[in-house]
Design a protein around this ligand. Structure first.
Ligand code: BGC
Length: 379
């Protein structure tokens, strides 16, 4: 992803905000994005820099907040729970005015949030819902159940069980499919899984899809911290244990592009992708550039594009409202119960991307350049 284009988009969004009444820049400011609110600081806590989406999220949120005139304290936690807790503790001690947090473990931040509430600091939960706390003020994310539906749908389309328009396809199977899920401490993992399984279950019931390993429970399919290497090892184990009789894997439900790349490596090491040995239909999520290239090259079948530029914009908009003492606008007040309360949310839509629509979905929207897609690398 080009930082350049992200920053430009963020700047454009901030200008739009200010042009619409100056919300983002705070009361009394003329919307020029400069100095007046320089003493208002937003702490932004992101989970990791090992996945490009979180790097882009951090950069986009930071740029949007700065354009709106706020100071930003941005930290990445290296996928380590104590590191994230400590970074948030420090932000609270340092006296930030608002926190935007994408949690590593959605259940691990209760005491930090309680300390924030005691200090009068409101909290926006970013993409991953923080659970078990009264002190989450707002949630910005995507329609995560629908992301799972899209993953299941694209798996069915890739296998030919559904046509691109959703009508029944001509393929009948039976297809051997294996299932992967995300990290169970991330609230999103269950949503993705539920959406995908609800979508493919009728085909399991009819016998068109069979999970040859028998591993159909989410805790068997889950990959801690969404790690590529863990996914590769699980796929290797599945090949050894369930496909040592000459049978082949036809499809893999994968919830995230990094997991998909681990699965692909395991399959390629076992000969898939060689002559007469097609790579199975493999799904993904996040439209990471390395995976977009794999899709373009016909190795991975699909990903789910979530435009994180828009998510960052929503976070900046919600931050502006809260800092001005207003309620941020929600478009969902029912779905996201964190175990203590239903958190008002703003949810965005996502999109299935296959080889057929990389250009309109990702290139024409300036998410990537064609050269980046060809190279499999952001410039
Ligand atoms: C996000 C996904 C991402 C995953 C792994 C989830 O919480 O919603 O977009 O693929 O974390 O980073």
């Amino acid at each position: 992803m080009t930082r350049r284009s992200l920053a430009a988009v963020a700047a454009g969004l901030a200008l739009t905000l200010t042009a619409c009444g100056g919300e983002g820049a705070g009361s009394g400011d003329n919307g020029s994005g400069g100095g007046a609110e320089g003493d208002v600081t937003v702490g932004v806590s992101m989970p990791t820099q090992t996945s490009e989406r979180w790097i882009a999220d951090g950069a986009n949120v930071e740029a949007g907040l700065q354009e709106a005139g706020y100071e930003v304290e941005l930290q990445f936690a290296n996928d380590d729970i104590p590191t994230q807790s400590q970074q948030i503790d420090q932000m609270i001690t340092q006296g930030v005015d608002l926190l935007i947090i994408a949690a590593i473990d959605g259940t691990a931040l209760t005491s930090q949030l309680s300390a924030a509430a005691d200090a009068g600091i409101e909290v926006i939960s970013y993409d991953r819902l923080i659970r078990g706390s009264e002190d989450v003020n707002f949630y910005v994310s995507f329609d995560n159940y629908n992301v799972g539906v899209q993953q299941g749908t694209s798996l069915l389309q890739g296998l030919g069980l559904l046509n691109p328009d959703g009508s029944p396809g001509t393929a009948t199977g039976p297809f051997n499919v294996e299932l992967f899920a995300g990290s169970l401490d991330d609230n999103n993992a269950q949503f993705f899984w539920d959406g995908a399984i609800d979508t493919i279950q009728p085909f399991i019931d009819s016998g068109a899809i069979r999970v040859k390993s028998g591993q159909t429970a989410i805790d068997q399919a889950a990959i801690l911290r969404w790690q590529q290497e863990t996914a590769q090892r699980r796929m290797e184990d599945l090949l050894t244990s369930a496909y040592n009789d000459g049978s082949r894997v036809d499809g893999v439900l994968s919830p995230y592009d990094g997991i998909s790349r681990g699965i692909i490596t395991a399959l390629q090491n076992a000969g898939y992708g060689g002559a007469g040995q097609p790579v199975p239909v493999i799904t993904g999520q996040d439209a990471e550039i390395a995976s977009v290239k794999l899709i373009n090259d016909g190795v991975q079948y699909s990903t789910i594009f979530k435009d994180t530029r828009l998510l960052a914009d929503e976070a900046v908009r919600a931050a502006g409202s809260i800092l001005e003492g207003q309620e941020p606008e929600a478009n969902d007040t029912e779905t996201y119960d964190n175990g203590v309360k239903v958190v008002p949310s703003f949810l965005l839509e996502s999109q299935i991307v296959t080889k057929d629509n990389i250009v309109p979905a990702l290139v024409e929207t300036d998410y990537y350049t064609q050269a980046e897609v060809d190279a499999g690398q952001a410039s």
